[in-house]
Design a protein around this ligand. Structure first.
Ligand SMILES: *[C@@H]1O[C@H](CO)[C@@H](O)[C@H](O)[C@H]1NC(C)=O
Ligand SMILES: *[C@@H]1O[C@H](CO)[C@@H](O)[C@H](O)[C@H]1NC(C)=O
Ligand SMILES: *[C@@H]1O[C@H](CO)[C@@H](O)[C@H](O)[C@H]1NC(C)=O
Ligand SMILES: *[C@@H]1O[C@H](CO)[C@@H](O)[C@H](O)[C@H]1NC(C)=O
Ligand SMILES: *[C@@H]1O[C@H](CO)[C@@H](O)[C@H](O)[C@H]1NC(C)=O
Length: 525
């Protein structure tokens, strides 16, 4: 009987006991766990020696090798390789800390489904102890360059991806409207309380709290499952895997939700269309409940766009035809059609996917491009638009990264210029960071996620260098990327342990290594 790594961290101890009695587990090796941090949130909030040798003196924030939750030799080799490439010592330190953060700290449990050879992977966000569909798909996406084949080895990235696809499929078949989940039963881990949840939260359909951590309907969760699937398939050509478990069922369920969520608020005779999903809560934050008596603000039907109740920030949409998630969905429906064809999924499902992708693309062109030639962030289909961008990917800024369009697309370039200026009501400025921000934390807080997205979508060397300088100089000496930073004071920041954004930063560095390696020689001293 083998135990998962890194279990000494507080809150994970009970997991160790759970695992010890679970015969289905045969994956991860028992490791020496004596020097492991007891809580990585606290660990990440303090600088650890040896400090980097540049002026920012960034701590070394990787947990000791024996405590890491997953080890990929390919990722380790790449970090080692870049040591000789990134010349600025602080920038290299930020990369070596942040890129492996998901693998080092958040693969909370791996195992197999009860009485089955089906792999399962449970990946938490970091300091929020639950698995988000979007975050976990994005967290693994960061390591895609090292996924090269469908090897059955249980310690491979391929196995990690398969396990996540299987677990997401299981969750989404049961609760397709939900965004964040509890550990699977097989893990023996206790469900955790969602202490951030507002009092008296009422959701329809009403989820069970042993499976669901939070049930905010976010269209990008659906797109993220498709992205994760396409990521694995495009690298491995492993169609067999997709026909073996519940993948087709999951896609069918999600396509039903997508169809339901094109509903208009009113029928032609004026009666209210029965909403397939409603959400309300007692809260002092306008973004934590749905307006219009839990329905969300009205949206017109017939635009081709699909509604989303919440944004990727988990904040409520103002207008529910949320454009970035529609972009992400269209791009990823197109990417998974080859899987559906390879496994001979029902033709009507394949037709539905390609039709939906086209409807969304046409709908965005027709309804979401303003007369000034930029993309709206949200529309209601009645003529109202929300002209802004929010930091959370999918965002308008990330449209090329999502695979929806090319970087040099004219509408995108017009949009980009606008959202990276004070014409965007959520653009935050200050001496520490100037970036696209979010109502999620509030006024005055800049978000590194959009600074990173800026790098991933720019061809301009000076812009990229400015972004790198911002990132390397704004970690409060901790050497990890934070969720948000007060634009006038780097000591004020949120979420010391937010794995997704750290992996995204690593992606941006690897992207530069391919596209513009000379920029990795820049000094930020
Ligand atoms: C991180 O440390 C600072 C003090 O340096 C403290 O104010 C803050 O609450 C800590 N954050 C967390 C999440 O523990
Ligand atoms: C498949 O990937 C693994 C690493 O995950 C690697 O060790 C192995 O050599 C690869 N096999 C082939 C045939 O490329
Ligand atoms: C789930 O809900 C029940 C009943 O409201 C409550 O007693 C329990 O503590 C909740 N569990 C979690 C993990 O939130
Ligand atoms: C969750 O919170 C409820 C009450 O708020 C408490 O009764 C229950 O024990 C908690 N469950 C866990 C797993 O902490
Ligand atoms: C992918 O796998 C299928 C069989 O499942 C095979 O026919 C095809 O040649 C493979 N394609 C590549 C590029 O390896």
């Amino acid at each position: 009987m083998l135990l998962a790594r890194g279990l000494a961290w507080s809150g994970l101890l009970s997991a160790a006991w759970g695992l010890a009695t679970n015969e289905a587990l045969d994956f991860v090796q028992l490791e020496k766990r004596t020097n492991c941090p007891t809580d990585y949130t606290d660990y990440a909030n303090v600088s650890h020696p040896p400090l980097s040798e540049g002026k920012y003196k960034l701590g070394y924030q990787r947990p000791p090798a024996e405590c890491r939750t997953f080890v990929s030799q390919e990722v380790e080799n790449k970090i080692e390789e870049l040591k000789g490439v990134i010349e600025d010592p602080d920038l290299f330190r930020l990369f070596e800390n942040s890129y492996p953060n998901t693998l080092d700290t958040t693969v909370k449990w791996r195992g197999k489904a009860k009485d089955s050879d089906e792999e399962l992977t449970f990946v938490i966000t970091g300091d929020i102890d639950a698995m988000w569909i979007r975050d976990s798909a994005s967290q693994l996406h960061s390591y895609l360059p090292f996924l090269t084949n469908a090897t059955a080895e249980s310690d491979s990235l391929a196995s990690l991806f398969r396990g996540l696809i299987n677990l997401q499929a299981r969750f989404l078949i049961e609760w397709p409207y939900c965004n964040a989940f509890q550990p699977p039963l097989e893990s023996g881990l206790e469900p955790v309380n969602n202490s951030d949840a507002s009092a008296n939260t009422k959701v329809f359909p009403d989820p069970d709290n042993y499976t669901v951590f939070e049930c905010k309907y976010e269209l990008d969760s659906i797109a993220s499952f498709l992205q994760l699937s396409a990521d694995y398939y495009e690298k491995t050509n492993d169609s067999q895997f997709f026909s073996k478990y519940q993948w087709t069922d999951a896609v069918q369920t999600l396509m039903t939700v997508v169809g339901e969520q094109t509903y208009p608020t009113y029928n032609e005779d004026g009666s209210i269309v029965i909403a397939p999903y409603t959400f309300s809560a007692f809260t002092n934050r306008g973004t934590e409940t749905l307006n219009n008596n839990a329905y969300g603000n009205p949206a017109a039907g017939g635009t081709g766009l699909v509604r989303s109740a919440f944004r990727p920030s988990d904040d409520a949409c103002i207008y529910e035809l949320f454009v970035p998630a529609n972009m992400m969905l269209a791009a990823n429906l197109e990417r998974v059609i080859p899987i559906a064809k390879a496994i001979k999924a029902p033709q009507c499902l394949i037709d539905m996917m390609s039709k939906r992708a086209k409807l969304i693309r046409d709908g965005i062109t027709k309804h979401a491009v303003t007369s000034e030639g930029y993309f709206a962030f949200e529309i209601d289909g009645f003529g109202s638009i929300n002209a802004m961008d929010d930091t959370g990917v999918p965002s308008l800024l990330s449209a090329p990264y999502l695979g929806f369009l090319e970087r040099d697309d004219k509408t995108y370039q017009t949009t980009r210029k606008r959202i990276l200026s004070t014409s965007n009501p959520y653009f935050m400025k200050g001496p520490v960071i100037s970036s696209i921000s979010s109502p999620h934390i509030g006024p005055g807080w800049g978000w590194p996620m959009s600074t990173i997205t800026q790098i991933l979508t720019s061809d301009d060397d000076e812009e990229i260098k400015d972004c790198l300088r911002t990132l390397v100089s704004s970690t409060n000496g901790l050497g990890l990327i934070h969720e948000s930073i007060f634009t006038f004071n780097e000591e004020a920041f949120t979420r010391p342990w937010f794995a997704w954004v750290n992996g995204l930063f690593g992606e941006a560095i690897l992207d530069l290594y391919q596209r513009k390696p000379e920029l990795l020689k820049t000094s930020f001293q």
